[in-house]
Each structure stands twice: as C-alpha cells, then as structure tokens.
Ligand binder design. Sequence first.
Ligand SMILES: *[C@@H]1O[C@H](CO)[C@@H](O)[C@H](O)[C@H]1NC(C)=O
Ligand SMILES: *[C@@H]1O[C@H](CO)[C@@H](O)[C@H](O)[C@H]1NC(C)=O
Ligand SMILES: *[C@@H]1O[C@H](CO)[C@@H](O)[C@H](O)[C@H]1NC(C)=O
Ligand SMILES: *[C@@H]1O[C@H](CO)[C@@H](O)[C@H](O)[C@H]1NC(C)=O
Ligand SMILES: *[C@@H]1O[C@H](CO)[C@@H](O)[C@H](O)[C@H]1NC(C)=O
Length: 618
Amino acid sequence: MKMFMGGQIFGAGVIIVSFFLLILCGMVCGTDSDIFCLKSVKRTLDDPYNYLQSWNFNNNTEGYICKFTGVECWHPDENKVLNLKLSNMGLKGPFPRGIQNCSSMTGLDFSLNRLSKTIPADISTLLTFVTTLDLSSNDFTGEIPASLSNCTYLNTIRLDQNQLTGQIPANLSQLPRLKLFSVANNLLTGQVPIFANGVASANSYANNSGLCGKPLLDACQAKASKSNTAVIAGAAVGGVTVAALGLGIGMFFYVRRISYRKKEEDPEGNKWARSLKGTKTIKVSMFEKSISKMNLNDLMKATDNFGKSNIIGTGRSGTVYKAVLHDGTSLMVKRLQESQHSEKEFLSEMNILGSVKHRNLVPLLGFCVAKKERFLVYKNMPNGTLHDQLHPDAGACTMDWPLRLKIAIGAAKGLAWLHHSCNPRIIHRNISSKCILLDADFEPKISDFGLARLMNPIDTHLSTFVNGEFGDLGYVAPEYTKTLVATPKGDIYSFGTVLLELVTGERPTHVSKAPETFKGNLVEWIQQQSSNAKLHEAIDESLVGKGVDQELFQFLKVACNCVTAMPKERPTMFEVYQLLRAIGINYNFTTEDEIMLPMDTGDADNLEELIVAREGHD
Ligand SMILES: *[C@@H]1O[C@H](CO)[C@@H](O)[C@H](O)[C@H]1NC(C)=O
Ligand SMILES: *[C@@H]1O[C@H](CO)[C@@H](O)[C@H](O)[C@H]1NC(C)=O
Ligand SMILES: *[C@@H]1O[C@H](CO)[C@@H](O)[C@H](O)[C@H]1NC(C)=O
Ligand SMILES: *[C@@H]1O[C@H](CO)[C@@H](O)[C@H](O)[C@H]1NC(C)=O
Ligand SMILES: *[C@@H]1O[C@H](CO)[C@@H](O)[C@H](O)[C@H]1NC(C)=O
C-alpha cells in the first residue's frame, strides 16, 4: 500500500517536472524552431529571382533572421517571427508546411507568387495564431480547407485569383474576428457563408463558377428546396409510410423556417442577444445599493438590445456598450469574452472586484450572468478614453500640460494602489491609453483591472498581439513575448508608454514625427532619440516654451525609466507615482486619500534618494 502511494507521488513529480521542462523548452527552444521554419520555407520554395538568397543561416547572432527579406520579428534581438511577407517574388512550389515551426507567427503573405497544389487540409494546425492570411494571386487548386474555421484569430483571409474549386466552408462564418474575406476569381461553387455585415461584399465573390446567396444576386433558395423535394419524393417512391412522409415534410418546413429566421437575424449581428430571450428576468447583482434594482431586460432595453450603435469600445476582455436607463442614468455595460472559467470562479472574482474601490479606478457597480453570457455594469465616464482625447480623429490634441500631468498622476495613483495597497495585489496586464477613462472633471479612472484573470489562458498572452491587429502591441514589455509571464514590471512598461504618449502626443505604434524610414514603435523611437541626445525634440511642440519645459523633461525621464528594457531597472509603481507627484507639486491637484505605503517619500527633495533607493532595491 505504502509503495503504491509512493509510486503515485513519484508519478506526479515526473508530470510536474516534465511540465516545467515543457515551459522551459517553449522559452529556450522557440527560436531554434523559427530558424528551422525559415530554412524549411527556403528549401521548399523555388526562388527563380533569388529573393531569398539573403537568407543566410550561417550566423549565431540572436535576432539575425529578423534582417531577412520579408521577415518581421517580435523583437529585433530575438529569432522569433511575427510576420512573413513574401509577396510578388515569383516563388514557386507547394505551400511550405515548415511554417508550422514559426509557431508564434501572426501574419502570412504569399500573395502574387506561383505557389501551386492544394492549401493543406490541416492548415489550422500549421498556423495556429495567424490573424492575416494572404494567398491571393497564386496557382492554388483544390478546395478551401474546412479547418480554416479553426484558426480563430483570423482577421483577414484573401484567397482571390487562384484556381480553387468546390464550396466555401460554411463554418468560416463562425470565425469570431473575421473582418475581411475575399475569394474572387476562382472556380468556386455553391452557397456562400453567411458572414457578419461588411466582411464580404459581392466583389469578394466575383468571377467564380457558380456561387450563390447573399450578398450575390443569385439566390440559392430554389436549388435547395428542389433538392429537398427530390429527397422527399424519392422517399415516397421508395414506399415509405405516410407517417414518415409527414415527418419529412415537417422537417422540410422546419429547415426552411430556420434558414428564414437566420436571414432575418444576421443583419443585426447580435444573434446572441436574442438567444437571451427567456432569461430577461435574471437580476443584475449590484454592489451599490444607491442604484435602483435592475434585471437583464432593463440592460437590454438600455443598450438597444446590445445594438451595434451602442458599442463604445471593443478590447481584449470584451465589448463595452453604452446604456441609458429609463430614468436617464448613463452606464457602461461590458459583455465579457467567452471564458472557460466556471460560474463559481466568476462569482468569486466578482466578489473581489466588487470590493476594489479607489478614486482612480472605474467603479464596478454590478454584474449579471445569463446562460453563457457575463456582463459587468460600470459607471459611465463622460469624457471617454485618454486615447481618444490624445489622438482625436480630426485635428490636433487640445489637452494642455496641467491636464496631462493631472491625468498621469491620477492614473499612476490608481495603478500604484492596485499594485501595492490592494489585497490581493492586482496586476493589470493590459494598461494602455484606452483603458484610462476620464470622468466629467477629467479625473482619470483605470478600467479593465482584474479582468485578465477571467480570460482564457490563451487570451492572457497572445491575444494582446492578435486581437485588434496588434492594437496594443506598442505597450507590451519586451520580456513578455519571451516569458509570457505577467509581472508588475510589465504593467510599468505599459504605463511608461502611456506617459510617453502624454508628453510626445504620439501614438505608441506609429510615430508621425519620425522619418519615413523609421519602422519602430514609440519606445524604440524615444530610445533612438535618447542615444542621439535629441530627446528634447520628442516632446509635443504644443507644450514647449510655456514655462514648463523643466517639468516636461523630468516627466519624459520618468517615462524613459519605465520603459527600460531590463525589468529590474524599472521603478515600482509607487515610485512612479511619487516621482510624478513631485513634478506636479506646484499645481493644486487633489491629493487626498494618499496611498498608504511602506515607504513614506513624496517630496521633490527626495527624488534623487528615491532613484538611489530603487537601484539598491531590486
Ligand atoms: C517543427 O514542428 C513539428 C510539428 O509541430 C515538430 O514535430 C518539430 O519538432 C518542429 N521542429 C523544430 C526544429 O522545432
Ligand atoms: C550576423 O547577423 C548580424 C545581424 O544581422 C550582422 O550584424 C552580422 O554581421 C552577421 N554575422 C555574420 C558572420 O554574417
Ligand atoms: C477544429 O477543431 C476541433 C477541436 O479541436 C476539432 O474537433 C475539429 O475536428 C476541427 N475541425 C477541422 C475541420 O479541422
Ligand atoms: C461546423 O460547425 C458545426 C456547428 O458548430 C460543427 O458541428 C461542425 O463539426 C463544424 N464542421 C467543421 C468541418 O468544422
Ligand atoms: C472579374 O473579371 C473581369 C474580367 O476578367 C475583371 O475585369 C474584373 O475586375 C473581375 N472582378 C473582380 C472583382 O476581380
């Protein structure tokens, strides 16, 4: 008996050890895999114009493949492929299966080549995380693989100008993130999938052999019902009983009704909301008694049945809707992304989040669970996101320096509170200027805190890059792509990027001031400016020369400290808050409810000490 138990424990130990080995291997071996991938691509493809000659693998420098023609890496010093863009190179050969070893690749562009044979049937296992797939203008034959519908991160599929045959897999319409689908100029037949609005137009299907169904003018209806009647007639001729015939006809009408209903619903694009019929009396659990009681029906009315026009934002954790109650109260309702967590786990997280309250956090007022759907109800923030204020659609940003500084200090305070004073400590994992909301007085409030833990494991790492086509990429700390482990230091890097946005007025992913040839993000540009001793040129000109240049420069320095490549060299969030508060000491920003912390330092005089203390610390 004892021995048997010992064996079990030993077995468990082996499993745990091999699990860690797996993780280690994922971190260490990942880059060899990508080199193997590119070697294999080069070997498989016939390259008559020698575009891939520059792919020289006799080099041990970490990141050397990132200089290859057509290769984009996650990080220039790491052999890890982000995108492969081999367009218009006259490449020939079959689809190179070796790309499966570029296991973190998110974009593949083979357009305008002479690739032939079929698209692999198991493409979903070759391109697990791909968001953009462009195989247009090649010589691919055969069918569009049904497994493509398992590449759930796909935003864009372009297969036009090939010789593809057969039907388009109907399940492609289930790809949750698909924004563009195009198969024009092929030999496809049959019914086109029922996509959400805007994904495919008639042009996306033009010049095929026989496609039908909306948005095309050829309806499929007649053909479908003809074949149905044929089946029924065949059954009758086969001498089946009248009862069975009745059943057949019943099913025929049932099928027709379903397809009719589908057509009616799809243009609305929120089928899921209709499926909540029958659950409308479910109560919304409220953390605050001050808000009148609500049920799901009230939320649905207030959001126009979660209508598209009520969407005010879509992020990694879900979609946010504007809700106006019958008494005129404005709220925000977040529909969470589907998650594998049980209802029990969700409720326990809600218990924690409901008690997390701070002046610089968006208050969570309540939540509601209905079938598979989970909704969070937040107080409305009338001035929207910091991102939209900093980067307005039209015209330049009009925020003056005191306002930007006030927002930086307030947001730092909220995040410092999450890191240091909240129990359990909360790592945000998704800080950006889009999750900093502004109330009527432009007081910043951090949103989305605590939600990362409610997401599926995969969503907590890769979707940062995948969702929204790298929308948040500029904010992600470099070590994160290697370790995939969320740390407070990762939050600080992201927050530093927000600070850079505030002081430069530039977007994190694209720097308008930089020369055309510069391809990096805001942080990389700042680092380049810094090493060229041109840091001052990075500051937003609309702020310069108004007697605050000293503050601007100090602020920029704090931001630079936060985005240092080495996590250890970054300050803690508490330090960031104190440094910023010191810069804003001459303004009368509200300073009540200071965070209680182990260190009590806050005066401008202590700036140097703080930095020294930090260096001794980590
Ligand atoms: C390439 O991928 C295949 C399939 O996942 C795997 O079996 C193989 O070990 C990988 N090769 C390298 C060098 O990583
Ligand atoms: C290896 O690649 C790096 C980065 O592209 C380059 O600077 C270096 O010269 C290369 N070394 C050799 C031996 O080719
Ligand atoms: C898609 O993935 C599911 C689950 O992994 C699998 O059962 C199914 O066979 C896949 N479909 C295709 C067409 O590969
Ligand atoms: C298509 O989707 C349906 C329903 O979700 C599923 O039952 C079926 O297995 C899927 N087919 C393929 C080929 O993935
Ligand atoms: C369809 O084919 C015609 C004739 O080749 C061409 O002019 C037209 O641009 C094609 N349409 C699309 C959408 O590619």
